[in-house]
Write a protein that binds this ligand. Structure first.
Ligand SMILES: [Zn+2]
Length: 139
């Protein structure tokens, strides 16, 4: 990840060799999870080896897109000028149906309506020609 020098623009992720397939998947409306062929561990954060057993036999499979809110917080103070128009917004820790947890933001409903265990589904937010971000909406 690289952070833009210009604080009025939102920082965008910079795909590298380990994460290129993941970002390409998002552009095509798929959130790819890494499934370990050795121990069947499923991981969200893309890396070269399994975090459970160290195997490099990882396979990308698209997530169903379903999940539940495990935890959340509502941001009222923008972390920088680029986020001023977004507040208040809800940052969610979502437990995906496949098991991994991921952090993203809620779109499409009022942050006040978020509850623990709320069902959410993935939404794909194209923020530039090359980057689509995974977000969540109420299911
Ligand atoms: Zn493994």
């Amino acid at each position: 990840m690289t952070v833009s020098e210009d604080s009025t623009r939102k920082p965008l992720p910079a795909p590298d060799a380990d994460t290129a397939a993941f970002w390409r998947g998002l552009q095509h409306g798929k959130l790819l999870l890494q499934h370990c062929r050795q121990c069947h561990h499923v991981q969200y954060y893309q890396q070269a080896t399994c975090r459970e057993c160290g195997s490099d036999e990882l396979e990308h499979r698209p997530a169903t897109g379903r999940g539940k809110v495990h935890s959340f917080s509502v941001v009222h103070r923008a972390p920088g000028p680029a986020f001023k128009a977004d507040v208040p917004y809800a940052v969610l820790l979502v437990e995906l149906a496949e098991g991994p947890r991921m952090i993203s933001t809620l779109i499409g409903s009022d942050p006040k309506d978020v509850t623990f265990d709320m069902d959410v589904e993935l939404a794909f937010d194209q923020v530039s020609d090359h980057i689509t971000l995974p977000r969540f909406r109420k299911a």
